[in-house]
Design a protein around this ligand. Structure first.
Ligand code: FAD
Ligand code: NAD
Length: 476
């Protein structure tokens, strides 16, 4: 193990968990030469989640939105260590993280510990199922690359099975029925992508059964996209209906079997009705739940005993009740929505904070050294005093770091048929717009936000490719 991990004893060891929006933003900003930086994540790449729904139908190929961590770290000034592993527990007393290699190939050592001086927890969240029976066994989620690949494969499996010789009409209807649960942005964007796929490709390729294709979006609340303004909610619901997506609001799924969804519909007169909906593909997008490692850590810190949705952090993103642990993104509760925008701003903030902390320590050490020189007779006292004065002035500025403040740039969502909705901050005001021009805006924003020039080129080529030749419907 010593061959693999030789931290410089003069520097603090900074362990960063996760390679998502929060951790990668931190890594981008961090001057790695100030710390022994160790990154731990079961995923050796960064995933650009806003374009993940497009991977489910092949509008974008999955590798176009992945960026290897190794490539990200190679660009840093000083080397940082990466271990592909899952952090399984954190011991805040001993200041160690236990990690396990849960990949298919394992070596002689697949579990060990990493000591830290400073720890950043950016492990994100897992999929919420609310304990509803049958969800985990029968539905697909949409959070990771593997989920998008599984959905892509299943869509075509449903279509090919529906087209099977002598298939019964009821079975064709069931197999061609794609049900999405959760009318948040993930569910809406996926439903839109799915309808596009059928309109633009499946209709032409499998014309005999395509009229039986149907997308249903189920939402427990009275409307979809609750974080958008009322005008955009109405616009989205009307557009989805025009696209022939069946929106079932005030409908809460209670049970899932391998072929049906059982839901409770709230009627306008206040009564409730139980319905059974047969499906071919079921995608579950009902938001986030807390990861076990976070629950475990919260259980070890008395100040976190009331934390239910993640680790409560203070205004500098320090986990409350700890000294050297920070939390960012979906696993932290800082009073903001669990979005990429928040996670990346938090990561950037910590990067700046840690750079400042290192500068402070360096300045303080230099001041101490110069003060020592001043005490020795014969030293150049004027020069040393001048330098101390300058350093102290700089220190004051560095120490004056403001607490984290999130700056909301707006919300954007694709809703299908080349239309998007946007609620964006615009010259001190707000702009709420929807339609095809907004879609071009959506595309340009996400293209510019892609992690690397390589990602940007690949995404652009994928868009052109699927427009020119249609999406690839081979079932891998
Ligand atoms: P993540 O990005 O989820 O990263 C978590 C990291 O931790 C991953 O690398 C994971 O492998 C790793 N990890 C997990 N467990 C462990 C462990 N035990 N030990 C070590 N590492 C671990 N937000 C927006 O603002 N705009 C959008 O358009 C948008 N679109 C989205 C589309 C989809 C389909 C989804 C699912 C989400 C979308 N979001 C969007 C939300 C956004 O992706 C999340 O808020 C964001 O990813 C949170 O960042 P994070 O760093 O906290 O977590
Ligand atoms: P969400 O939490 O935003 O929405 C989940 C929806 O599922 C809720 O509206 C909830 O009422 C519904 N629901 C829960 N249980 C249900 C049940 N049993 N039956 C029917 N409906 C049920 O989840 P999400 O869409 O996955 O988004 C997660 C986070 O990621 C959010 O913060 C979101 O803003 C962000 N995100 C943003 C974008 C974007 O900006 N374009 C895209 C995707 C995700």
């Amino acid at each position: 193990p010593d061959e693999q991990f030789k931290p410089d004893p003069t520097k603090k060891t900074l362990v960063i968990l996760g390679t998502g929006w929060g951790s990668v933003a931190l890594l981008k900003k961090l001057d790695t030469e100030n710390y022994n930086v160790v990154v731990v994540s079961p995923r050796n790449y960064f995933l650009f989640t806003p374009l993940l729904p497009s991977c489910t139908t092949g509008t974008i190929e999955h590798r176009s939105i992945m960026e290897p961590v190794r490539a990200i770290l190679r660009g840093k000034k000083a080397a940082a260590k990466f271990f592909e592993a899952e952090a399984t527990s954190i011991d805040p007393e001993r200041k160690v993280v236990r990690i396990a290699d849960n990949s298919e190939i394992k070596g002689a050592t697949s579990e060990t510990e990493i000591p830290y001086d400073m720890l950043v927890v950016g492990v994100g969240a897992e999929n919420a199922t609310f304990g509803i029976p049958g969800v985990r066994e029968n539905s697909c989620f949409l959070k990771e690359i593997g989920d998008a690949q599984q959905i892509r494969k299943k869509i075509m499996d449903c279509v090919e099975t529906a087209a099977f010789k002598d298939q019964t009409p009821e079975e064709v209807d069931r197999l061609m029925h794609m049900v999405v649960v959760g009318g948040g942005p993930t569910g809406v964007e996926f439903a839109g992508e799915l309808q596009d796929f059928f309109e633009e490709d499946i209709k032409k390729l499998v014309p005999d059964i395509s009229p039986r294709f149907k997308v249903t979006l189920i939402e427990a609340l009275p409307n979809v996209l609750p974080m958008f303004s009322k005008t955009l909610i109405d616009y989205t619901e009307n557009t989805l209906r025009e696209e022939k997506i069946d929106i079932k609001t005030k409908t809460m799924v209670k049970r899932v079997t391998d072929k049906t969804v059982e839901a409770e519909v709230s009627r306008p007169d206040g009564t409730k009705e139980r319905v059974e909906i047969p499906y071919g593909l079921l995608v579950w997008a009902t938001g986030n739940a807390v990861r076990p490692i976070i629950k475990d850590l919260a259980g070890k810190i008395p100040a976190q005993k009331d934390s239910r949705r993640g680790l409560a952090v203070n205004e500098y993103l320090v986990v409350q009740g700890t000294r050297d642990i920070w939390a960012i993104g979906d696993c932290a509760v800082a009073g903001y929505a669990p979005t990429a925008q928040v996670a990346s701003q938090e990561g950037y903030f910590l990067g700046k904070l840690f750079n400042n902390m290192a500068k402070t320590e360096n300045h303080e050490a230099r001041i101490q050294e110069l003060s020592g020189q001043l005490n020795i007779a014969g030293g150049n006292s004027a020069e040393a005093s001048q330098e101390i004065e300058l350093l102290e002035r700089q220190l004051k500025k560095i120490r004056d770091i403001k607490p984290f403040k999130y700056s909301h740039q707006g919300s954007l969502a694709y809703i299908g048929s080349d239309k998007a909705v946007a609620d964006v901050s615009w010259w001190n005001g707000n702009l709420a717009t929807g339609g095809s021009v907004t879609y071009l805006f959506w595309r340009s924003v996400y293209l510019s936000m892609c992690f690397s020039p390589r990602n940007r080129v690949l995404v652009l080529l994928d868009w052109l490719k699927s427009k020119a030749f249609g999406r690839d419907v081979s079932r891998e």
